[in-house]
Design a protein around this ligand. Structure first.
Ligand code: GAL
Length: 654
């Protein structure tokens, strides 16, 4: 493609066909050049098992093709038809407490159901045979948002598949018993048939068993994707993807998934309750780019205004639509898509915003949709350019699954809260961030932050050690490097795998009471947590002045080889982190942004040019001294006036 892709989910089967030409004419007016179709159309495409009705989709393909609009074709397997569940009641999803989920909503069948696997592969294959070589086909959009609303399933098929997965992982029951520590609480297994899924039980279920079930669930869903992808691949050369929910769907390990995609695609919806939700948006975009290995990615869905599924669905303010879309673009998206093209009159999502709202073409949203389409039409040269980051935050779904289980030292421990706090600090400091798996190559980063690395393998610990020895700067937050991949405490005690890197060990956890605060050197206050640290070479930068750890180190720094490693033994807010991160920034040689508060600046780089994406989230105009050409207006100058709420894309003079 030679221009930024623009469009959304298009579900025209909700309207009589006479409406379609009007849709297409309005798409042209809005600058739409890509639409996703067929995502939930299984019941229409295959009204009875093996009987296909492609007539309406043929006509839709023809109309879109004639209008020059390209197609991202969904496989409809996120919503099997009523006949499927009627024939295969055993394929229904069973929740952890044994509830069997009924029909009448959406959400796939059990990922481990052989009947579902067969039916979904058949419909994917039929679509691939019919449309796989159609000239309008740009992309395959397999399924929809794996992991939501269905993730774990406890059906008999799932339990059998879990056992097979365990047999492959462990080889022998002896190895499984060792890994899960089943000697405790009398859980030793003598037969594979006795190993259950971790359903609701009288007390806390073995955490290693739950962690493996989370891994199995992600793998079972991934196998569903791979099965569809592989039959499509035989018939079609178009790239194949599925839409991730990076940052908001905890149940799939997207590091593994990303390897299976031809191009990474993501959906993002603002958290309406958060007045600074543009920071969460930036995090999701950075995580998606990281999953894509730094390459451009597709924003498959976001909203033009309010969604309909949060407790209070807040409409976007004037200008917010473009600011959100251009933030995704600034952080690496080469396609900007919405859910959905035309607002639904019926069904569960009729109060969800759309590109063409119920209020029609006289509305502000429609004008903003058309203005964004025109703007994106001028940004073709940005296509393919890349974002570079000097800082990485470690992110590992396996660690999150383990940490989020029951009976941890404090209910106030939250891996996500810590990641958000560090990310927010870096965002405010104007520093672009990648996310990285702890076992991945870290050598290109000046600074690596580990806000929530509860589960840290020995391989990851050696990787991190090498990074520091070779000159990297590391910041580790509390409750990191505690357990191995089986949720077993590392031999040598808490933080043991990073003991020599950090120059300390943690003798005991000293969690705080609800609402309790503690003072640190420099009048900083903290809450939730304290560690009882024994120093083994680290220098102390701050101590606890009161609380259960009074007099003990709270923030430390240790040098190893050519690098340095900081440890933060308590929960600090975003303002306190500003003070604490100064030293790591210095060590790493990282310069803070001089942009005004709440003005977000991101850069994309290409061989031929550099681009600055400037977004003003504040209610005050801002002036930036940037020499270049504003691609949205065509104006060239030495400075950029950014109105309150404004967004600009500038080709910077080199
Ligand atoms: C997404 C989903 C879409 C639509 C949208 C509404 O999660 O993929 O089909 O439901 O949410 O915000």
């Amino acid at each position: 493609m030679t221009s930024i892709s623009y469009g959304g989910d298009y579900n025209p089967e909700q309207w009589p066909e006479e409406t379609w030409p009007e849709d297409i004419e309005l798409m042209r007016q809005a600058g739409v050049n890509l639409v996703s179709i067929g995502i939930f159309s299984w019941a229409l495409l295959e009204p009875r098992r093996g009987e296909y009705d492609f007539g309406w989709m043929d006509r839709l393909f023809a109309l879109l093709h004639e209008a020059g609009i390209r197609i991202s074709l969904g496989t409809p397997t996120a919503s099997p038809p009523a006949w499927f569940f009627h024939e295969h009641p055993e394929a229904r999803v069973v929740t952890r407490d044994g509830t069997v989920l009924g029909f009448g909503s959406r959400g796939m069948a059990s990922p481990s159901s052989p009947a579902y696997r067969e039916a979904s592969v058949s419909i994917a294959q039929a679509l691939a045979r019919r449309y796989g070589k159609h000239p309008a086909l740009a992309l395959w959009h397999v399924h929809n948002e794996y992991g939501a609303p269905v993730s774990e399933c406890y059906s008999p098929d799932s339990v059998r598949a879990f056992r097979r997965w365990l047999q492959e992982r462990y080889g022998s029951l002896n190895a499984l018993n060792q890994a899960w520590g089943t000697a405790f609480w009398g859980q030793r297994y003598g037969e594979w048939e006795h190993v259950p899924a971790p359903a609701v039980s009288p007390s806390v279920v073995n955490p290693a068993q739950r962690l493996d079930f989370a891994r199995f669930t992600s793998d079972a869903l991934l196998q569903c994707f791979i099965a569809e992808r592989d039959v499509i691949r035989v018939e079609s050369e178009a790239p194949i993807t599925t839409n991730f929910m990076a940052g908001s769907c905890p149940s799939v390990d997207l590091w593994k998934w990303a390897n299976e995609m031809d191009v990474v695609a993501n959906d993002h919806y603002l958290d309406a309750a958060d007045p600074r939700n543009h920071v969460g948006l930036a995090l999701s975009a950075d995580l998606t780019r990281s999953l894509a290995g730094g390459r451009p990615w597709i924003l498959m869905e976001h909203s033009t205004s309010a969604v309909n599924w949060q407790p209070r669905n807040i409409a976007k303010r004037p200008g917010e639509l473009a600011r959100n879309a251009l933030t995704h673009l600034g952080r690496g998206a080469d396609a900007v898509m919405f859910f959905q093209w035309r607002a639904s009159r019926s069904g569960a999502e009729k109060f969800h915003s759309a590109m063409l709202p119920h209020a029609g073409t006289g509305s502000r949203i429609w004008r903003e949709v058309c203005a964004l389409g025109r703007g994106l039409g001028r940004l073709g040269e940005v296509l393919g350019s890349e974002v570079r980051a000097e800082v990485a935050i470690l992110w590992d779904w396996e660690s999150f699954w383990a940490q989020d289980l029951e009976w941890r030292p404090s209910v106030d421990l939250s891996h996500r809260e810590r990641i958000d706090a560090f990310y927010d600090r870096l965002w405010r400091d104007g520093i672009t961030v990648d996310f990285a798996h702890p076992e991945s190559d870290l050598s290109t980063y000046k600074l690596v932050v580990a806000p929530a690395s509860y589960l840290l393998t020995d391989v990851a610990a050696s990787n991190i050690r090498r990074y520091v020895e070779d000159g990297g700067t590391l910041v580790v937050s509390y409750f990191s490097a505690i357990v191995d991949e089986y949720d077993r405490v590392h031999p040598g005690g808490y933080v043991a795998p990073l003991r020599e890197v950090l120059g300390l060990t943690v003798e005991a956890f000293l969690p705080l009471r609800a609402g309790e605060t503690v003072t640190l050197t420099g009048e900083m206050t903290c809450d939730v947590w304290a560690d009882d640290i024994a120093l083994e070479g680290a220098e102390v930068l701050a101590v606890f002045e009161d609380g259960p750890g009074a007099g003990k180190p709270a923030i430390t720094r240790h040098t190893l080889g050519a690098g340095s490693a900081f440890y933060i033994a308590t929960r600090l807010g975003v303002d306190e982190l500003s003070v604490v991160l100064r030293r790591p920034y210095d060590d790493a040689g990282i310069a803070l942004s001089t942009a005004p508060d709440d003005v977000e600046l991101i850069r994309r780089h290409a061989d031929h040019a550099n681009y600055l994406i400037a977004l003003n989230h504040s209610d005050r105009p801002a002036q930036l001294s940037v020499a270049g050409t504003d691609l949205l207006t065509g104006k060239t100058g030495d400075s950029l006036k950014l109105e309150a709420g404004g967004a600009r894309v500038v080709r910077v003079c080199l």
